[in-house]
Design a protein around this ligand. Sequence first.
Ligand code: FPP
Length: 246
Amino acid sequence: MALSAQSVEPLGASPPPRHVAIIMDGNGRWATKHGMPRSAGHRQGTEAVREAIEGARDAGVEYLTLYAFSSENWNRPQEEVTDLMGLLKLYLSKEIKNLHKEGVRLRVIGCRDKLSNDIIRMIDKAEAKTAQNKQLTLVIALSYGSREEITVAVRKLAKQINDGKLEPEDISQAMVDSALYTYDIPDPDLIIRTSGEQRLSNFLLWQCAYSEFLFIDTLWPDFTKQEFQRAVASYGERDRRYGVRP
Ligand code: FPP
């Protein structure tokens, strides 16, 4: 059964997770529940993105990763894909100024091959504008799939072997790590999934080796910064051992 984050009292004392990653799920169900089209759920989901960013900043989290569009999401009906891309463009054009003011650095991870040129230009511009910000790194996983990310990394290493620059037996975990989209981002300490579903859906499969997981029933558009705080408090109660006996 999914744990309701509402049942956890904030502790306050434990150090916050350095990196929180969120699988934002339930936009469609939220829309259905309110008798609205799916697009309204995604729009309302953008408000929850604001809440999560505020929650992360308030909690002292350094990295917040949001799973905005998976490589599999390209297979949704064309109308919904267009709608989601439109929302992301709107976000990149309207929200970046505020994020920049608040000291947020933006990083977008994922495969850019299928993204339109205008969205790629907007991403490049937003990343460059916010590159020096230190308050919070907001990582948006867009057209992202973990298996594809690992496949690309393997290809990079194979090419180095092919070029005679690397011996297969010299490949280390750190080298694989450095070949991923997340080469400069610490592994997530806490992964939250909303909407009651309990699966990873091809998200940060390499990086989540020692992550803590929190599954909450809240539909993403209803997610608030208070809920983020409760998630952080729940993380504070976890005993992380990394496979080592205390
Ligand atoms: C999953 O809900 C959500 C998505 C596929 C999209 C998430 C996108 C946003 C919240 C909008 C904008 C994002 C940013 C970063 C500005 P679902 O549609 O699969 O819901 P369902 O399972 O209830 O159908």
